[in-house]
Write a protein that binds this ligand. Structure first.
Ligand SMILES: [Zn+2]
Length: 306
């Protein structure tokens, strides 16, 4: 395919909102960020608005799939969308967070920690980071770490090499969790309207899951302020208990699988949204506290100078 034609097809696919491989599809990420927007404090909202690129039109959700769009341009970023375990149902940072060359921290959990640290320099004029990109990466990766098969087994690349039929269509297990379950739910229950699906998930957050929400937000981190390692541990557990369970090469997955797994997908999207907001709230509360501290130090220094 000629390069220009390729570009054109690529662009058309983007416009059509076609799902890209290996991440919650566009819809999944959009929902996570839309839910997060609702839970941002005023301070965090203002900082997010300040950092968003113009193309976002003031909407974080509009750039939540940006990291997928640049993963081939920024080749180094490709391993940051997931983590793999050696076929076991638990996540261990020192064992599992590396890229294929064994470089440590190059996985979704390391990326969340790294971009959170970068965002803490918001307001610091000497920060050399592109914080717009840090924000777009962070919003995306908090979504990814909640997709159970983004913390899957190395040997099947998080379900990518497990070929299945989703009802009558050929797919792979990873794609079923990124896209197919959400697509089928949208068609069967929400009249293909993403807004309705988001509303339904938000209703569950305030009703059915309301007792659990403070637990989702709790983060008494021992190693980082993000708790991303905890979210990765939950994901591989869910991958074992739900995603991989009763699935083999060439399995046909239909109603039984769909109805028992959809609640897991919806809850993971809700958790990702709530936790993304609470992480951004903590980051920007902190940066403000630091700014105040800096001002105090400055004025003390100035007072001394006088
Ligand atoms: Zn991704």
């Amino acid at each position: 395919m000629g390069f220009l034609l390729f570009l054109r097809v690529f662009f058309l696919l983007l416009v059509a909102g076609a799902p890209t491989a290996q991440a919650w599809g566009k819809e999944g990420h959009y929902m996570v960020c839309k839910i997060a927007e609702k839970y941002l404090t005023k301070k965090a909202s203002a900082a997010v608005l300040d950092l968003l690129p113009e193309s976002a039109g003031g909407d974080l959700a509009a750039v939540c799939s940006w990291a997928d769009e640049v993963r081939f341009r920024y080749r180094w970023s490709s391993p940051l969308h997931y983590a793999n375990t050696p076929g076991v149902c638990n996540f261990e940072y020192s064992r599992d967070c590396h890229n294929s060359k064994g470089v440590q921290d190059m996985c979704v959990v390391g990326a969340i920690n790294n971009y959170t640290t970068q965002l803490l320099s918001y307001g610091d004029a000497s920060s050399g980071y592109n914080l717009t990109e840090s924000l777009m990466f962070l919003a995306h990766f908090v979504g990814d770490v909640h997709q159970p098969l983004h913390v899957g087994f190395a040997e099947d690349a998080g379900g990518n090499t497990i070929i299945v039929h989703w009802y009558r269509r050929k797919s792979n297990l990873h794609h079923v969790w990124d896209v197919n379950i959400i697509e089928t739910a949208m068609r069967d229950f929400y009249d293909n309207d993403l807004g309705s699906m988001i509303e339904a998930i938000e209703m569950n957050i305030t009703n059915e899951w309301s007792d659990e929400v403070s637990g989702w937000k709790r983060c008494s981190a021992t190693t980082s302020m993000t708790c991303a390692d905890k979210y990765a541990s939950e994901s591989i557990r869910l991958a074992c208990d739900y995603a991989y369970k009763d699935v083999e090469q060439d399995s046909t997955l239909g109603d039984d699988y769909f109805f028992s797994r959809l609640p897991v997908v919806e809850k993971r999207i809700a958790q990702a949204g709530v936790r993304l907001a609470s992480l951004l709230n903590r980051v920007f509360r902190k940066t403000e506290e630091e700014e105040v501290l800096q001002l105090v130090v400055q004025s003390v220094d100035e007072a001394h100078a006088i």
